[in-house]
Design a protein around this ligand. Sequence first.
Ligand SMILES: [Mg+2]
Ligand SMILES: [Zn+2]
Length: 271
Amino acid sequence: MAKKYIIFQEKLLLTWTGKKPYFMNVCHLFFSKVCFFQKKMAEAGCTDPKILQATGQAMLDILLDRDGTVIKEKDYLCRPEELELLPGAGQALKSLQDMGCRLFLVTNQSGIGRGVFTLEDYHLVQARLENLLAEHGVFFQDEKFCPHPPSAGCTCRKPGTLMWQELVRDHDLYPETSLMIGDKPADLEFGAGAGLRGLVLVLTGYGRRTAERLGCPEIPDGSGFLELNRTGAGPDLLARDLPAAAAWIRNFLIQNFLGPERPARGNSGYK
Ligand SMILES: [Mg+2]
Ligand SMILES: [Zn+2]
């Protein structure tokens, strides 16, 4: 199996193709291991310093809405067989993952709380989504969902930020190295509330309606995306779809993450 070893600054990222990446803080105690992995990295043919630098610095965490962003919006989707990935979504997520991004799902599933479908239905749909993405070698590090109806007034339902706080607790995310991608105002408000570095509005699902509601300009013909100056919980980026967003993120990573070191993840050893 192909292995990829990426070393950057004091941290070490080991990515096994198709499996979860492992993160390790590299301190003096691990210095001998660094030497070992540098050797292994060279053996694996991972020697292009530009790619190493770009991907190694690309420790960006991507939070994704599900319906209308990754899969076709079908109000209260509850039958696994009706789940459809949006065109190019699998490849787009794979490209983000290959750049060293971690992928997280944050989804409102009020259909559960409203009694439209059951928790079990939700898990069956998720299993199918995971299987479809696995065919592309894509996996979510974690999937958070809110099962409550809006009337419950919970803090996990987007735009509430409890799901973000849970991800921070469980996976050491940082707002300055995290992006939210979604199709509804609640997705953007969630990202803004969490203080995330980037808010991306895709025009799939309810995205076009959201863009109109927020008064966003049109994406120019021939372009997949349009950068905006964020105002309030407006997006930083409009993207026609997830593949367009992924293309933009690649440039963003290369241009912006070659700078200051991101905060240490605070783990030692394998995670
Ligand atoms: Mg959505
Ligand atoms: Zn909730």
